[in-house]
Write a protein that binds this ligand. Structure first.
Ligand SMILES: Nc1nc2c(ncn2[C@@H]2O[C@H](COP(=O)(O)OP(=O)(O)OP(=O)(O)O)[C@@H](O)[C@H]2O)c(=O)[nH]1
Ligand SMILES: [Mg+2]
Length: 352
């Protein structure tokens, strides 16, 4: 199924059924009173978070989603059957907006959370209600009320604790594949990853963190270069940013600057999150080479970080050879000491 993370849907709840006009006919009682029952209520439409679904693509199938109408009232004061509710399954992390006003209506982040999108109309009253002392045989009943109708914009924001941010080819997907059971596509060319991947890291004490791997970001991404920045929505809610740099690049520190600038142009708030810097592909150079030392010096200097005001930890790793990962885990889990991991709230409902 194609990964679709933003769609608009048209939803229409069921109409209420009409009330009935009916009179009691019984043996020996030819002119019994009015006994027309009420119409049934129209079905509601709910959106429900389902951890087994990863995209909104399946909702592109229909032009309009309609819940069932209520049935008409019956004789003998019997109400019509209510229309059945319609439940649309969406991935966890779906944000619901009114497409016309832009108002945020709901956020389906928690497992099995559900949201009443449109309400079915009430059924009309049957003629049983309209008998009066002057009119004991009312010939009218009420029609049902129409069901609500809305255009909704659904926006998927994946749920993750930490997000991998890097230029294309830095090794983000390779890293995700070695720290979790996730199997993202990995290749030696830019923009291998076209849609986000999630993986779960399990720490020594069995604490878990969800890590998101997203497509690579290049200079000018905020103006649409490369794959643009829209994928950053998937890390909007992460607690920690993990910058992945390729140590074999001409100037990894400059790469980091590019990433910071792009991130800031998407959301200043994102740049205020705690950061870890991962210098990947260390199997390709010596730790004590002049180059490695000069990068370390740069990343240690408060001058480099003066905009954010915090000098983050950085670690040399090799995703390919699984080196430096222990230190990475310990620093990462340390950052989550005071914040609760979303994974803890989401799992076990969430499937890797
Ligand atoms: N030598 C070496 N190569 C690595 C390492 N990590 C990743 N690679 C290689 O770098 C290339 C790119 O890796 P990916 O994991 O696809 O990179 P990515 O950052 O996900 O790239 P995009 O999805 O295009 O943004 C692949 O050929 C990997 O095998 C590493 O630690 N050492
Ligand atoms: Mg990738």
């Amino acid at each position: 199924m194609k990964f679709i993370d933003e769609i608009e849907i048209h939803v229409k709840a069921g109409n209420g059924g009409p009330g009935a006009v009916h009179f009691l006919h019984e043996k020996y009682r030819e002119f019994g009173g009015p006994d027309g029952g009420d119409g049934g209520k129209g079905g509601d439409i709910y959106l429900k978070a389902n951890s087994g679904i990863q995209t909104l693509g399946h909702l592109l199938k229909k032009e309009i989603y309609k819940a069932e109408n209520g049935e008409a009232g019956k004789s003998r004061n019997k109400s019509g059957k209510s229309g059945e509710d319609l439940i649309l399954q969406v991935p966890q992390g779906t944000v619901v907006e009114d497409a016309d006003s832009g108002e945020i209506l709901g956020d389906l982040t928690f497992p099995d959370s559900s949201f009443l999108a449109v309400k079915g109309g009430k059924g009309g009253l049957g003629n049983q209600h309209f008998a009066t002392s002057v009119n004991q045989a009312p010939l009218h009943a009420k029609p049902g009320f129409p069901g609500e109708e809305k255009f909704l914009r659904l926006n998927l924001k994946l749920i993750a604790d930490a997000g991998l941010i890097g230029l294309p080819n830095a090794g983000k997907s390779t890293l995700l594949s070695v720290i979790s059971k996730s199997h993202p596509r990995i290749a030696d060319y830019a923009f291998t990853t076209l849609t986000p991947n999630l993986g779960v890291i399990t720490g020594d004490d069995n604490r878990r963190l969800i890590v998101a791997d997203i497509p690579g970001i290049i200079e000018g991404a905020h103006r649409g270069a490369g794959l643009g920045l829209s994928f950053l929505r998937h890390i909007e809610r992460v607690e920690v940013i993990l910058y992945v740099l390729d140590i074999t690049s001409v100037d990894p520190a400059e790469d980091l600057r590019t990433l910071q600038t792009e991130l800031a142009s998407y959301s200043e708030a994102l740049t205020e999150r705690p950061v870890l810097v991962l210098l990947n592909k260390m199997d390709c150079i010596d730790y004590d080479s002049e180059f490695a030392v000069s990068i370390s010096e740069k990343l240690k200097s408060p001058e480099f970080w003066k905009k954010t005001g915090q000098v983050p930890e950085f670690i040399f790793i090799s995703a390919k050879e699984k080196k430096g990962l222990e230190k990475f885990y310990s620093l990462l889990f340390d950052l989550f000491q005071d914040v609760s991991s979303l994974a803890e709230k989401m799992l076990p409902g969430w499937k890797e």
